[in-house]
Design a protein around this ligand. Structure first.
Ligand code: HEC
Ligand code: HEC
Length: 180
């Protein structure tokens, strides 16, 4: 009996460990919860780095920092590989506001967002996928890079966003969340 309890306390497989994660982030790669990011289609290296940063409290934000305590490097890598294979999120379906989309496209050109995040914003290496991400989450993190609340693995984002305004962030989030 005691033995049974002890084994039940620690989930056996990586799928068991990922179940609570995907209950919040969306089992099909798409988050339905405000300010919780969709994870489907993210580059595996980006996911691995962010999970490591949560565990090491370099990206210190609940519930993530607490959730990642006690995970081994191998578990981080294996979870990232599974999550990266979930389908990319379906973009926000309502039509983009033409003026805001045009502003956003000009900002993308000027600040070369699509150089690191790829032409179609599907992400690459440690630059995340942005296409179809939740609008509320995009806006939140753009503000947090700018005010230094979100620490990044490399300083690109804070540098890039330095000259941008909050109105710019709103247009970018509007546009990217609707990008097909
Ligand atoms: C109760 C909801 C919840 C649970 C459970 C949860 N997360 Fe999260 N997760 C979040 C939120 C909220 C954020 C965004 C944090 C922020 O605003 O910076 C996040 C961020 C992330 C990110 C970074 C994504 C990005 O685009 O920056 C990854 C990767 C991630 N979580 C993986 C996991 C894994 C793996 C687990 C299980 C061990 C997990 N999450 C459990 C809510 C949750
Ligand atoms: C020089 C390369 C580079 C450029 C240019 C760049 N980014 Fe990034 N971006 C990154 C990297 C690398 C990360 C991950 C940083 C980290 O560790 O948090 C990132 C993260 C992000 C995130 C966080 C997404 C998430 O899921 O957590 C958003 C949003 C974002 N970038 C938007 C933009 C926008 C909008 C532009 C143009 C104004 C831009 N980026 C230009 C490299 C770049």
């Amino acid at each position: 009996m005691l033995l049974l309890c002890a084994t039940a306390a620690r989930p056996a497989t990586i799928d068991d460990r990922l179940a609570p994660c995907l209950a919040c982030h969306g089992e099909k790669g798409q988050s339905l919860i405000p300010e919780v990011p969709s994870l489907g289609g993210q580059p595996v290296f980006f996911l691995t780095v962010q999970l490591l940063m949560f565990r090491e409290k370099m990206r210190n934000i609940e519930p993530m920092t607490g959730m990642m305590q006690g995970w081994s490097d191998d578990e981080l890598r294996r979870s990232a590989a599974i999550i990266a294979k979930l389908p990319a999120p379906v973009p926000n379906q309502d039509a983009p506001d033409p003026a805001r989309a045009e502003n956003a496209r000009a900002l993308v050109q000027q600040h070369r967002c699509n150089f690191c995040h790829k032409q179609d914003f599907s992400g690459e290496d440690n630059a995340p996928r942005l296409a179809g991400q939740r609008e509320d989450y995009l806006l939140k993190v753009l503000r947090e890079y700018k005010n230094n609340r979100r620490r990044a693995y490399d300083p690109s984002m804070a540098d890039v966003l330095h000259p941008l305004t909050d109105a710019n962030f709103q247009d970018l989030a509007h546009y990217l969340s609707r990008l097909k």
